[in-house]
Design a protein around this ligand. Sequence first.
Ligand code: 5GP
Length: 208
Amino acid sequence: MSHNKGKLYVISGPSGTGKGTICAELLKDAGNEFSVSMTTRGPREGEVHGKDYYFVSREEFLENVDKGNFLEHATVFDNFYGTPKDMVMKRLDRGRNVILDIDVQGGLQVKAAMPEAILIFLLPPSLTELRQRLEGRKTEAPEIIEKRLSKALEEIKFIGEYDYYIVNDDLEKAVLEVKSIVTAEAARVPEKVRPIIRKYEQEQEKGE
Ligand code: 5GP
């Protein structure tokens, strides 16, 4: 029944806005599960295959595209990234919420395929602050940082397609806001309310 199904959350926003940290906070709740994406990007120090990403060759990735295994996929900074469809669907069916940390191209594809998905956009307080955060991470070369900053502005232009936006100027506050959205969405009256009405009808029938 639809009200027993989990909800699909898309979290997008320029890299360096704290998506990873916010997702990690959400995942402390056992009802939320992370969708591990497949990518052709090489692992960064400390990243674990099967936990952060499935790191695959371009060949393997394209095979999965051909087989229709992705809910969405996109090219981000010259690498391929995709969300394995099966895992997402199985978890939703089991009543778990699924969290996708994906870019805007992917977010829009998910919205087209599953309009009931909830799209949250995370914004940096300013582009200057975003630059400082990216430089502070020391994981990317300067030219990559420039690429990420120009992509940031391109992504922000799509904010109107999202359901919610959060400015991450204070991590604790941003986490609280995302959790509030998840709490509110859990209490949303579903599109298909029939099963809820039926439950009360059955109760009354039994009582008669
Ligand atoms: P990174 O290489 O820094 O881990 O991720 C780069 C960008 O790719 C981030 O904006 C991240 O949200 C996005 N991304 C990660 N996995 C996926 C995916 O499966 N699909 C799409 N469309 N974007 C993804």
